[in-house]
Design a protein around this ligand. Structure first.
Ligand SMILES: *[C@@H]1O[C@H](CO)[C@@H](O)[C@H](O)[C@H]1NC(C)=O
Length: 761
C-alpha cells in the first residue's frame, strides 16, 4: 500500500505540471472570513451556555424548526433565524448514572453527561431522541406539536426507554440510524467497552433483530457513518436499508497491517431472521467495499478509504437517489480528502455480483465460483422475485450460505471511476457534506457544501467539461462559519429556505446558500463566477430564480463566457482610475487585488497613453507580490500609466488604471505634489495626510517599505477598517463606520475583499 502511494507521489512529482512540488490544491474563487460573513452575509449563530457538541440536527420544513441535540439539551430553533425564538429541553443524565460512570473510570465532567446523538421524526406529534446518558444510553419521545406556531416542546423524563443498541455509550462515538415506519435501524456499539458492534432494528412491534455476534466477516471494528432507507420497486416488500461505515478490512492480505475500508451494507426491511439458525439475526445482510480512488499507472491507485459522511440526494425517481460520500486518506504519506458519487445502479450491481469466499484460515479471499442457492442471499422475500412470504421460510442452505458469505467480491466504483472533487496538500480534511440540486438557465447543477475539520465550508459546483460525461469541479467559495476553527460535525441544508445549517462542538451556524453580490459589481465578474444560484440581472449579480421572465438575465454556468453574456453591460470598458505619487529613491506600491482568487493578474505599462502597452518586467527592483507591484527605489523613468488586468477562464478584463507621477526628493520636501485633481476639494483629514507625507520624505521611517508607502502614496485608498474584536457578539460586528464602508464599496474591484488577515496593514 504505502509503496504504491510512494510510487504515485513520485510520479506526481515528476510528471505533475509543477514538478518538484505536491499537486496544487484548488483555490476558491472567493474566500470569506468569519467577521465578514457575520457583518455582511447573514451568518447567524446559536450557542448554549454550559453545553456543547451540536451533533444531531433534524431539519423540519413543515414545522419550520431546526431540532438539535447537544450535551444535556434538546433544542428547537426557528429555521428562518436560529438565533431567535429558541425552545430548550434540559435533559441531563440522572445522578446515579453519572456516579456509576465515574466509578467505571470515566471523566465526570467530560464524559459522564447525556450527549444527545440521535433525533428523528417519529409521528405527527412526536420526535424520537437518544443520548449517551453518562455511558447509560437512553431514549425518549419528545412532543413537538403539529404546526409551525404551536409552542410545544417537551419530554416526559419518567417515560424514557433503554437506549442500548440505539445510541453509543461513548460520547466520542458517532451514531448512525434511520427511523422508518416507527422502527429504528441503527449501527452502533451495544456495550460499555465499545467492542460489540451491531446493525440493529428496534422500536416498533416486531422483535429486535441484529447482526451475527463476534464474527469478523460480518463486522470488524466498524465505525458507522450513515443509514438510509431506499425503496427498490413499487412493492414495499422490496424496500432496503443501506448502512454506510468503515471497518478494518478482513480481505486485506496479512502482514500489511490494519487497513480501513469503506463499506456499504444492505438489509431487507422485511427481514425477520431465520427459523432454525440466524434466529433474530439478519438473513439478508450483505456488504461491499466502497472505492474512492484516483486511478494511477499500473494499478497504483491512490485510495481514499476513511469514509466520513454520506449525503443522499433525492432525484425524481425515489428508487434512484445519488449517493455523495466524503472520504479522507488513512495514509500518513499522502494526506487528502475526496468526494465520490455513486449511483444506485452500481450499488445494486455489486450486490448481484459474485460473493467473496475464503475456504479456510490459510486461504485467500476469492470470487465464489460454486452454485449459489435459491433464493439468492440478499434478495428480499417478496412477490417480485419468488414465492417466499418471509425470511423464516428460506431454505436452510440459503441461511447457511448467507451466514458465511456476507461480503461481495466486487467493490462499488464511483461514478466516472474517480473522485468528483479532491483536495490534497491543504491543512484540513473534509468532515461532512450536504448537496443541493439547483436549476440554472442551462440545466441542473449539484452544488456541494463540504464541511471541514477547521470550521470552514467549501462550496463546490460540478460542471460538464466538453460533455456531460466528464464533470469538472469548481471551488466557488471557502467560508469560515466558525470563528474558533472547530470541526464541523453536522450539516443540513434547506433548499426551500436557501439556508445551510452547521454544527460543531461549540456552536450552531446558519448561512444563506449564496452571496451573489460578493462576486463583484460587474457583469463579467458575476458571469465568470459560474455560480448556478447567481445571474446578472442588468445591474447587479443577484439570485437566479428560474421561470421568471426578466429581460436582462445573464447566466451560463457551463461556459461562463463574459464576451457572449456581457456585451450589453453599460459599464463594460469603464475602469477605475487612481493617481499615485512616488518619491525618487523611495518605494512605491501599486496595489491591485482581483476579487477572484482564481484570477491571474497581468500588469502592463505605457509611458504615455499613445505608447504601446507592454508587460511590466520584474527584476530585483520591481517585485511582484500577491497584492501588486512593489517598486523599490523609484526612478523618474518609472512614471507613466500602469494597467492591472485579471485573466480568468480565458477571459481578460482590466481592473485598475494607475497613473504614477515621480517627484524628486528635494522637490517633494519643498512643495506639495502637483496635479492632484482631488487636492482642492478633498475630504477632511487631508492635511494630516499631507503632513505625514512630508515627514516621511524628510525622515523615512525604519523599514517603511511596504507599509509606509502603501499607506501614504496610494492616495485613492480609504483608511483601514477598524479591527473588530474577536468574539464580539451579534450586531457589534457591523461596527465599522458607515462612511468608511460606503467609500470602500465605491472603490472598484478591490472593495469588500476577503480575509483581513491577508492585508499588509
Ligand atoms: C405519537 O407517538 C407518541 C409516543 O408513542 C404517542 O404518545 C402519540 O399519541 C402519537 N401521536 C400520534 C398522532 O399518533
Amino acid at each position: 500500500m504505502s509503496r504504491t502511494l510512494l510510487l504515485l507521489l513520485l510520479l506526481l512529482l515528476l510528471c505533475g505540471p509543477a514538478a518538484g512540488r505536491p499537486p496544487p490544491a484548488a483555490t476558491p474563487r472567493l474566500k470569506l472570513a468569519f467577521p465578514e460573513l457575520r457583518a455582511r452575509h447573514g451568518l447567524r449563530l446559536f450557542a448554549l451556555e454550559r453545553s456543547c457538541c451540536y451533533e444531531a440536527l433534524l431539519l423540519d420544513e413543515e414545522r419550520g424548526r431546526l431540532f438539535a441535540g447537544a450535551q444535556n439539551h434538546l433544542l428547537s430553533l426557528a429555521l428562518d433565524d436560529i438565533s431567535q425564538r429558541d425552545r430548550k429541553i434540559y435533559w441531563p443524565a440522572p445522578v446515579e448514572w453519572r456516579e456509576e460512570c465515574n466509578w467505571a473510570g470515566k471523566d465526570i465532567t467530560a464524559e459522564c453527561m447525556n450527549f444527545v446523538k440521535i433525533l428523528h421524526p417519529y409521528n405527527r406529534t412526536h420526535l424520537y431522541a437518544c443520548g449517551t446518558g453518562a455511558f447509560h444510553p437512553v431514549c425518549a419521545f419528545v412532543e413537538a406539536g403539529q404546526h409551525a406556531e404551536e409552542p410545544i416542546f417537551k419530554l416526559d423524563p419518567r417515560r424514557t426507554e433503554d437506549g442500548k443498541g440505539k445510541s453509543p455509550y461513548d460520547p466520542r462515538h458517532a451514531a448512525a440510524s434511520v427511523l422508518v415506519g416507527e422502527e429504528l435501524y441503527s449501527g452502533v456499539a451495544t456495550d460499555l467497552m465499545g467492542r460489540d458492534f451491531t446493525i440493529f432494528r428496534s422500536l416498533g412491534r416486531r422483535p429486535s433483530i441484529r447482526t451475527e455476534q463476534h464474527d469478523s466477516r460480518w463486522l470488524n471494528e466498524p465505525k458507522f457513518v450513515a443509514v438510509f432507507w431506499v425503496p427498490e420497486s413499487e412493492d414495499p416488500d422490496d424496500d432496503k436499508i443501506y448502512f454506510f461505515f468503515r471497518e478494518t478490512a478482513v480481505e486485506r492480505q496479512q502482514g500489511l497491517g490494519k487497513t480501513s475500508f469503506a463499506r456499504i451494507g444492505q438489509i431487507c426491511r422485511n427481514d425477520v431472521g431465520g427459523q432454525r439458525s440466524l434466529v433474530n439475526k439478519w438473513t439478508t445482510f450483505l456488504k461491499a467495499r466502497l472505492v474512492c480512488a484516483v486511478p494511477g499507472p499500473d494499478g497504483a491507485d491512490t485510495h481514499f478509504d476513511e469514509l466520513r459522511d454520506v449525503f443522499l440526494l433525492q432525484t425524481r425517481d425515489k428508487r434512484n437517489p445519488l449517493v455523495y460520500a466524503v472520504f479522507s486518506t488513512s495514509s500518513s504519506v499522502f494526506q487528502g480528502s475526496a468526494v465520490c458519487v455513486y449511483t444506485m445502479a452500481d450499488i445494486r450491481r455489486a450486490f448481484l455480483g459474485p460473493f467473496a469466499h475464503k475456504e479456510g484460515p490459510n486461504y485467500q479471499w476469492v470470487s465464489y465460483q460454486g452454485r449459489v442457492p435459491y433464493p439468492r442471499p440478499g434478495m428480499c422475500p417478496s412477490k417480485t422475485f419468488g414465492t417466499f412470504g418471509s425470511t423464516k421460510d428460506f431454505p436452510d442452505e440459503v441461511i447457511q450460505f448467507a451466514r458465511h458469505h456476507p461480503l461481495m467480491y466486487n467493490p462499488v466504483l464511483p461514478h466516472g471511476q474517480r473522485p468528483l472533487f479532491l483536495q490534497a496538500a491543504v491543512p484540513y480534511t473534509f468532515t461532512r457534506i450536504a448537496v443541493d440540486r439547483v436549476t440554472a438557465a442551462d440545466g441542473h447543477y449539484d452544488v456541494l457544501f463540504i464541511g471541514t475539520d477547521v470550521g470552514t465550508v467549501l462550496k463546490v459546483v460540478s460542471v460538464p467539461k466538453e460533455s456531460w460525461h466528464r464533470m469538472e469541479p469548481l471551488l466557488l467559495e471557502e467560508l469560515q462559519v466558525f470563528q474558533d476553527a472547530s470541526p464541523i460535525t453536522s450539516l443540513q441544508l434547506s433548499s426551500k429556505r436557501q439556508q445551510l445549517y452547521a454544527g460543531s462542538a461549540t456552536a450552531l451556524a446558519q448561512l444563506p446558500l449564496h452571496r451573489c453580490g460578493a462576486y463583484g459589481k460587474a457583469c463579467a465578474e458575476c458571469c465568470l463566477a459560474r455560480d448556478p444560484y447567481c445571474a446578472w440581472d442588468g445591474t447587479a449579480c443577484t439570485r437566479y430564480v428560474p421561470n421568471t421572465k426578466r429581460r436582462f438575465r445573464r447566466q451560463d454556468v457551463r461556459n461562463g463566457d463574459p464576451n457572449v453574456l456581457c456585451s450589453e453591460d453599460p459599464r463594460r470598458g469603464s475602469v477605475p482610475q487612481k493617481q499615485l505619487y512616488g518619491v525618487e529613491g523611495s518605494t512605491a506600491f501599486l496595489e491591485c487585488v482581483p476579487k477572484s482568487l482564481q484570477a491571474r493578474v497581468l500588469w502592463t505599462y505605457q509611458r504615455t497613453p499613445d505608447d504601446p502597452q507592454r508587460e511590466v518586467p520584474t527584476d530585483e527592483r520591481v517585485v511582484r507580490t500577491e497584492r501588486g507591484v512593489l517598486l523599490r527605489s523609484v526612478q523618474r523613468a518609472d512614471a507613466g500609466l500602469y494597467l492591472c488586468h485579471a485573466t480568468e477562464h480565458g477571459f481578460t478584463q482590466p481592473l485598475l488604471r494607475l497613473s504614477l507621477e515621480v517627484i524628486g526628493a528635494r522637490q517633494a520636501a519643498g512643495k506639495a505634489p502637483a496635479g492632484d485633481p482631488q487636492l482642492a476639494a478633498g475630504p477632511p483629514g487631508r492635511k494630516v495626510w499631507y503632513r505625514d507625507f512630508l515627514q516621511l520624505v524628510e525622515r523615512p521611517p525604519l523599514g517603511a517599505a511596504d507599509r509606509g508607502c502603501q499607506r501614504l502614496w496610494s492616495r485613492g485608498r480609504p483608511p483601514p477598517p477598524p479591527r473588530v474584536p474577536a468574539g464580539a457578539p451579534g450586531r457589534g460586528q457591523g461596527a465599522e463606520p458607515r462612511k468608511a464602508r460606503r467609500r470602500r464599496t465605491h472603490e472598484g474591484p478591490r472593495a469588500e475583499r476577503g480575509p483581513r488577515s491577508a492585508s499588509p496593514w
